[in-house]
Design a protein around this ligand. Structure first.
Ligand code: 5RP
Length: 273
């Protein structure tokens, strides 16, 4: 646990800005801090994952039907889906997309996928999105790409949420991946302290420019490392009850189908079956 948040009263607690400075110093001294391939020097793992992501995205296309409103997820796996959907649209498929982020919106526009909004349609037939972790009850951690708020809103309006992922995302218990929590800036120190008191190490997410990452809704993200979470539903309730938390990355009871690609095989899991 980050000492400053845990040991209230004895020394001055580092603020999130202290933590940002500390992280920047670490990155400057050790550039591999920010290198996703640092434990995979040959890149084999990364290229296997990339192939699995594309295979899972490919498998999700059969859930999309002519004339539907389709939620477009965010992240590298969802990007594969959007590109594949773009090809189908070029070949005549008629759908309208509702993107879960500005990035996905730009990508869909560049591919000629017609878009609409939640103002026009409050019911989405199918959404295809990625996830950072998926447990056996198909509960998810999402938000690694910073789009959890719009992703959850779109998911909540979706009849069938299809999650596409490489095999590494399948876990027996959630929490190894730090849980993203979107907070309004005004409350971030207070919320960080409250989440740390629940047992997490809390880091303010930084962008590639070293400044706090800004979501599409202009909020910040706290990455909360709980380790394996004992009571996922209880934690979700506690986070939702904290004033200043805009949304958290636990998606419970939302995914209908998860498509994991393991090598060339696609494993399909359905909720409640
Ligand atoms: C973005 C997300 C992504 O779906 C999640 O981070 C998975 O990303 P990727 O497909 O790149 O592994 O929740 O907010």
């Amino acid at each position: 646990m980050r000492p400053g948040f845990a040991q209230a009263g004895r020394t001055r607690r580092p603020s999130l800005h202290d933590l940002v400075r500390e992280r920047l110093k670490k990155m400057a001294n050790d550039p591999s801090e920010n290198d996703p391939g640092r434990n995979d020097p040959t890149g084999t793992d990364q290229s296997r994952k990339a192939q699995e992501k594309e295979a899972a995205a490919q498998a999700s296309l059969r859930f999309v039907q002519e004339g539907q409103i389709v939620g477009l997820g965010t992240g590298t796996t969802a990007t594969h889906f959007i590109k594949l959907l773009g090809e189908r649209v070029k070949n005549g498929l008629k759908v309208r997309g509702i993107p879960t982020s500005e990035r996905s919106r730009q990508l869909a526009l560049s591919l000629g996928i017609p878009l609409t909004t939640l103002d026009e349609y409050q019911e989405i037939a199918v959404t295809v999105d990625g996830a950072d972790e998926v447990d056996p009850q198909l509960r998810l951690i999402k938000g690694g790409g910073g789009a959890l708020l719009r992703e959850k809103i779109v998911a909540s309006a979706t009849r069938k949420l299809v999650i596409v992922a490489d095999a590494s995302k399948q876990v027996s218990r959630l929490g190894k991946f730090p849980l993203p929590v979107e907070v309004i800036k005004f409350a971030q120190e207070l919320v960080a302290k409250k989440i740390a008191a629940l047992g997490a190490r809390v880091d303010l997410r930084l962008g590639t420019d070293g400044k706090p990452f800004l979501t599409d809704e202009n909020n910040h993200i706290l990455d909360c490392n709980f380790g394996e979470i004992d009571d996922v539903d209880g934690l979700a309730r506690k986070l939702s009850d904290m004033p200043g938390v805009v949304e958290h990355g636990l998606f419970i009871g939302m995914a209908s189908v998860v498509l994991f690609a393991r090598g060339k095989e696609i494993v399909e899991l359905r909720r409640g079956t």
